[in-house]
Ligand binder design. Structure first.
Ligand code: NAD
Length: 260
């Protein structure tokens, strides 16, 4: 189904984005990777995906805080592959502090990477998608696009905004075979969450295992992590025929977090 389609996955050098890149490549999709990391490790990743799945893989070093980089990344995808059919806006960062102690520069960075970068990417990719009458735009939001937690003002604001953006893009493109969905995961075990586990363990003088148990227990009915590969599988589903009319909606995968 996705054989020969061309995708950009932002923030795909780690965690959920990397798993999405694997899942799309396994379906025969060419993938433009993006994200930070060691140069040699990223080259090895490009080679690994290329050899494992026999698809074209390239890498854009675009910084998601820089609109021009994002426009250039989309242009690179169109140049390298001939089109950008699938855009997965995944890059994201986290920072936690109460609002009155939240550093202004952290607020700006989170809004830029977790929200504005998706706008710039979608804006750049849509003209090509409209011309070809095909596009799948998937924004990796969060349960924090639907509900709030303390100490995450910028993240919660950005993810709520991302779901709003998802709805508008869906409404504006209903006359085309272009869908825009937002995936809303609960806890997924990635480096971003591992840092929160370590921070909590340190702050409360408990073991990382105890911190993990508390974090999961506090929010989710299912006291276990979602795996990045499961988000990858969901992206493939959203790009497939069964999901062709799924648009403008948050797709929740949260172990029951938002059920209460
Ligand atoms: P991660 O830290 O493992 O990966 C983040 C990726 O984003 C990395 O590839 C990193 O290099 C890239 N990145 C960061 N800043 C960037 C920038 N300025 N420009 C380009 N790339 C940049 O995190 P993750 O847990 O895999 O998170 C991925 C997405 O999933 C984020 O949007 C996050 O908010 C969302 N999410 C994560 C969880 C979770 O529990 N892990 C839950 C809900 C939503």
């Amino acid at each position: 189904m996705l054989k020969g389609k061309n995708a950009i996955v932002t923030g795909s050098t780690s965690g959920i984005g990397l798993a999405i890149a694997h899942a799309l490549a396994a379906e025969g999709c060419n993938v433009l990777l993006n994200g930070f990391g060691d140069k040699a490790a990223i080259s090895a990743l490009v080679n690994e995906l290329q050899q494992k799945y026999r698809v074209n893989v390239d890498y854009s070093p675009a910084d998601m805080t820089k609109p021009k980089d994002i426009v250039d990344m989309v242009a690179m995808g169109e140049r390298m592959f001939g089109s950008v059919d699938i855009l997965v806006n995944n890059a994201g960062i986290q920072f936690t502090a109460p609002v009155d102690q939240f550093p202004a520069e952290k607020w700006d960075a989170i809004i830029a990477i977790n929200l504005s970068a998706s706008f710039h990417g979608i804006r750049a990719a849509l003209p090509g998608m409209k011309k070809r009458n095909y596009g799948r735009i998937i924004n990796i939001a969060s349960v924090h696009g639907l509900v709030a937690s303390e100490n995450k003002c910028a993240y919660v604001a950005a993810k709520h905004g991302l779901i709003g953006l998802t709805k508008v893009v869906a409404l504006e493109n209903g006359d085309y075979d272009i869908s825009c969905s937002a995936i809303c995961p609960g806890w997924v075990h990635t480096p971003l969450v591992e840092k929160q586990v370590q921070d909590k363990a340190k702050a409360e003088n408990i073991t990382p295992e105890e911190a993990t148990k508390e974090m999961l227990g506090e929010k989710q009915a299912m006291k276990r992590f979602t795996h990045p590969e499961q988000i990858g599988g969901l992206v493939v589903f959203l790009c497939g025929d069964a999901a062709a009319t799924m648009t403008g909606a948050p797709v929740i995968i949260d172990g029951g977090w938002t059920a209460q």
